[in-house]
Write a new protein. Structure first.
Length: 285
């Protein structure tokens, strides 16, 4: 028999998680603050979070924001449970929730979902986990019903750090793409062919340089920069200038221009893009 699981939260993501557990044959109990959500799920319905938690050794929590996780679990006896919290959190929030959950008798594993609801249970989805290693290993196979599990360490804050790093990269990428689409839109260039023929191939080619940047960060520079920062800083003025001339807000472009100028002023004009990473770290970071 498959491990019974409880899912707290039946928003878009919680519903997808419950559906994946059900499809994998797990006896599944669900609870949602507002009753009646996702009536199509063939799961046991609990009237309270406490009743839902009592039903299963493995409890997956997926609510909107972190503080609601703590208020939902407040006062409930969690003895012997494994709490897997897949709610978006900061590393510090995850550590605080881990302390509270541990004090209430459970083992805590935090998670960061790298998927949208439609991807859950499919091959491209993965989830970062961190926290009590024994609890994760005990439920690794159960959690595999949701997405490929990627355990990143015992510190409960690590999964959130990995998650937020990838989300930051995604928003930066979409920010650039959105700016490009706004720019070509000023001359009524249709978005679809531009995206298919130029934007996607260009971004894909540029993403190919990420392993070289990572290698330089880990092992130091190797050879002369093909596209040095002084050249890039000089050309960057044309990006912001064109944006303003075409009536597109340069708000998404400006931070990178500022960072390039800072790098050149700090003597990194001959360096490659990897040199920018160190400049992003504040003294306390
Ligand atoms: N959907 C996505 O694409 C992303 C993918 C990556 C992971 N995120 C994170 O997953 C968390 C849940 O997201 P969601 O998409 O399920 O969000 P909603 O559909 O808006 O559902 C929110 C649920 O949270 C419940 N809730 C809200 N406030 C409270 C509260 N004070 N006490 C108890 N439950 C609460 C809400 O319940 P209700 O409004 O129906 O009563 C929903 O069940 C999130 O961290 C994403 O960042 C999703």
């Amino acid at each position: 028999m498959k491990t019974p699981v409880t899912v707290l939260g039946l928003g878009a993501m919680g519903t997808a998680l419950a559906r994946a557990f059900l499809a994998a044959g797990h006896p599944t109990t669900v609870w949602n603050r507002t009753p009646g959500r996702s009536p199509e799920l063939d799961a046991a319905r609990a009237a309270t979070a406490g009743e839902a938690i009592a039903a299963s050794p493995l409890v997956v929590v997926c609510l909107l924001v972190d503080d609601t996780v703590r208020s939902t679990l407040e006062g409930i006896d969690l003895t012997g449970k494994t709490i897997v919290n897949l709610t978006n959190s900061t590393p510090d929030q995850a550590r605080t929730t881990a302390e509270r959950v541990t004090a209430a008798g459970a083992q805590y594993v935090d998670g960061g979902i790298m998927a949208v609801p439609a991807m859950i249970g499919g091959p491209a989805a993965f989830i970062f986990y961190s926290g009590v290693p024994e609890a994760f290993e005990k439920h690794r196979a159960d959690l595999s019903a949701l997405a490929r599990p990627e355990y990143v360490g015992a510190d409960p804050g690590l999964a959130a750090l990995y998650d937020i790093a990838l989300l930051s990269a995604m928003y930066g990428m979409f920010g650039g793409a959105h700016h490009a689409l706004a720019l070509i839109g000023t001359e009524n260039v249709p978005a679809e062919p531009f995206t298919e023929r130029f934007l996607l191939p260009w971004l894909t080619a540029m993403l190919g340089s990420l392993p070289r940047i990572a290698d330089e960060l880990d092992n130091g520079p190797s050879g002369t920069a093909g596209s040095n920062l002084a050249m890039q800083a000089a050309a960057y003025d044309n990006l912001t200038g064109t944006s303003i001339a075409q009536g597109v807000d340069p708000m998404l472009l400006e931070p990178m221009g500022g960072l390039l100028r800072k790098a050149v002023a700090a003597g990194h004009g001959d360096a490659d893009l990897a040199a920018l990473v160190g400049l992003l770290r504040t003294p306390a970071g």
